[in-house]
Design a protein around this ligand. Structure first.
Ligand code: NAD
Ligand code: WQD
Length: 336
C-alpha cells in the first residue's frame, strides 16, 4: 500500500516524501514540474536510501490519474499540487483557478472512481482572512481572502468538506500551514524559487549576493516593532506533521482541520536579526511601503494538532535560519 503525493517534487512535498519514506511508507509522486525539478526526488531517494515511483504529469489529466491508481495500490493521497504565488495569481487568476480547482476536482473524481477516498490537503492560514484575531483556532469562521491564490485554498476546503458530507466514506484532513521556511538539515533539499515572493528565500538570496537588499514591507503595523508578525514553521516539522496526519486520515471518516504552526509570532525585523546572528552574514534592508493584502499578525493556536495528532513543532526560528542558509549557500542556484 502506498501514499500518493501530488506535487511531491516541490518544497514541502519533497520534505514530506522523505519523512514518509523514513516512516516506512511506499511513496508515489505525480508532479508536472511546473515549479520544481525531478532532482529534488533524486536527492530524497539518495538521503533515505529508498526508492519512490515518479509520474511526470498534471493532476488535471484524468487518464494519467487512472493509470497511477491502476498501477499502484494507493491507500491515501497527500495533495500538495498547486500554483502558489500570490502576485502571479492576481495577474493570472484563470490559470490559478484552473490549475488548483480543476486539478483538485479531477483528483477527487479519479480517487472515487478508483476506490480511494482518503486525502490530506495542503491548505493555508490565509483562509483565516483579516477578520479573525490571533491566535487562529480551527473552529473560527474562515475570513475573506485577498487574492485568487488564497481563494483557491478556501474553495478547495469547501469542495472537500461538501464531498465528505455527501459521501460519508470520505476521510478528509485539511492542514492549514502557517509560514513554512528552512530546509532539511543535510542542505540537499530546500526551497528553490526563481524570483522569491516570500520573506525567507528573499533574505537568503540577499545573503548569498543574488539580490542587493531586502525591502521590509511596512513598519507601521500595530505590532511591537511595527513590522508584520508571522508564525514561521520549520519545513521538517511540517513534513513530520504530514506523517501524523496520514496515520490519522487512514482511520477517521469525515473532515478534520488542523493548524500546523508553532504558536509563536516573529516579526520581519526579528527574523532578519535572528538570521544575521546565527549565520554571521549581514542582510542589508530598507523600509518600504506595506504590501497590499498583508495582515499585521498571523499565528496559530497549535493545540489541536498536539492533542489529536500528537504532533508539535520542535525547531525554533534560529534553526530555521541556520538550515535555510545551509541550503542556500550549498545550492546558490537551487537544483540547477
Ligand atoms: P511548490 O510550488 O514548491 O510545490 C508545488 C508542486 O506542485 C510543484 O512541484 C509543482 O510543480 C506541482 N504542481 C503544481 N500544479 C500541478 C498540477 N496541476 N499537477 C501536478 N503538479 C503540479 O510549493 P510548496 O511550497 O511546496 O507548497 C505545497 C502546497 O502547500 C501548495 O498547495 C501550496 O499552496 C501549499 N501551501 C504552501 C505554503 C508556503 O508558504 N510554501 C503555505 C501554505 C500552503
Ligand atoms: C512574511 C512577512 C511580509 C517579503 C504567504 C502567502 C500565504 C502562504 C504563505 C503560500 C510579511 C514581509 C515579505 C519581503 C517583507 N501561502 N515581507 N519583505 O505573506 O505571510 O504568506 O506565504 O503558499 O498564503 O500569502 O508570507 O513570506 O510573503 O511574508 O517585508 O520581501 O514578511 O510583509 O509581513 P505571507 P511572506
Amino acid at each position: 500500500m502506498a501514499i500518493l503525493a501530488t506535487g511531491g517534487a516541490g518544497f514541502i512535498g519533497s520534505h514530506t516524501c522523505l519523512e514518509l519514506l523514513n516512516a516506512g511508507y511506499e511513496v508515489v509522486v505525480i508532479d508536472s514540474l511546473v515549479n520544481s525539478s525531478e532532482e529534488s526526488l533524486r536527492r530524497v531517494q539518495e538521503l533515505t536510501g529508498k526508492t519512490l515511483r515518479f509520474y511526470k504529469g498534471d493532476t488535471r489529466d484524468a487518464a494519467l490519474l487512472d493509470t497511477i491508481f491502476t498501477e499502484n495500490e494507493i491507500e491515501a493521497v497527500v495533495h500538495f499540487a498547486a500554483l502558489k504565488s500570490v502576485p502571479e495569481s492576481v495577474k493570472m487568476p484563470l490559470e490559478y483557478y484552473d490549475n488548483n480547482l480543476t486539478g483538485t476536482i479531477e483528483l477527487l473524481k479519479a480517487m472515487r472512481r478508483n476506490g480511494c477516498k482518503k486525502i490530506v490537503f495542503s491548505s493555508s492560514a490565509t483562509v483565516y482572512g483579516a477578520e479573525n484575531k490571533c491566535p487562529f483556532t480551527e473552529d473560527m469562521q474562515t475570513g475573506t481572502t485577498t487574492n485568487p491564490y488564497g481563494t483557491t485554498k478556501l474553495q478547495i476546503e469547501r469542495i472537500m468538506t461538501d464531498t465528505a458530507a455527501a459521501e460519508p466514506d470520505w476521510h478528509v484532513v485539511l492542514l492549514r500551514y502557517f509560514n513554512p521556511i528552512g530546509a532539511h538539515a543535510s542542505g540537499r533539499i530546500g526551497e528553490a524559487p526563481g524570483y522569491p515572493n516570500n520573506l525567507m528565500p528573499y533574505i537568503t538570496q540577499v545573503a548569498v549576493g543574488k539580490r542587493e537588499k531586502l525591502t521590509v514591507f511596512g513598519n507601521n503595523y500595530p505590532t511591537p516593532d511595527g513590522t508584520g508578525v508571522r508564525d514561521y514553521i520549520h519545513v521538517v516539522d511540517l513534513a513530520k506533521g504530514h506523517v501524523k496526519a496520514i496515520a490519522f486520515v487512514l482511520d477517521h471518516a469525515g473532515t478534520e482541520i488542523f493548524n500546523l504552526g508553532t504558536g509563536n509570532g516573529t516579526s520581519v525585523l526579528e527574523l532578519i536579526h535572528a538570521f544575521e546572528e546565527v549565520t554571521g552574514v549581514t542582510v542589508p534592508y530598507e523600509i518600504g511601503p506595506a504590501r497590499a493584502g498583508d495582515v499585521a499578525y498571523s499565528y496559530a493556536n497549535a493545540d489541536k494538532a498536539k492533542r489529536v495528532l500528537g504532533w508539535q513543532a520542535e525547531l525554533d526560528v534560529r534553526q530555521m535560519c541556520r538550515d535555510a542558509w545551509n541550503w542556500q549557500k550549498n545550492n546558490p542556484n537551487g537544483y540547477e
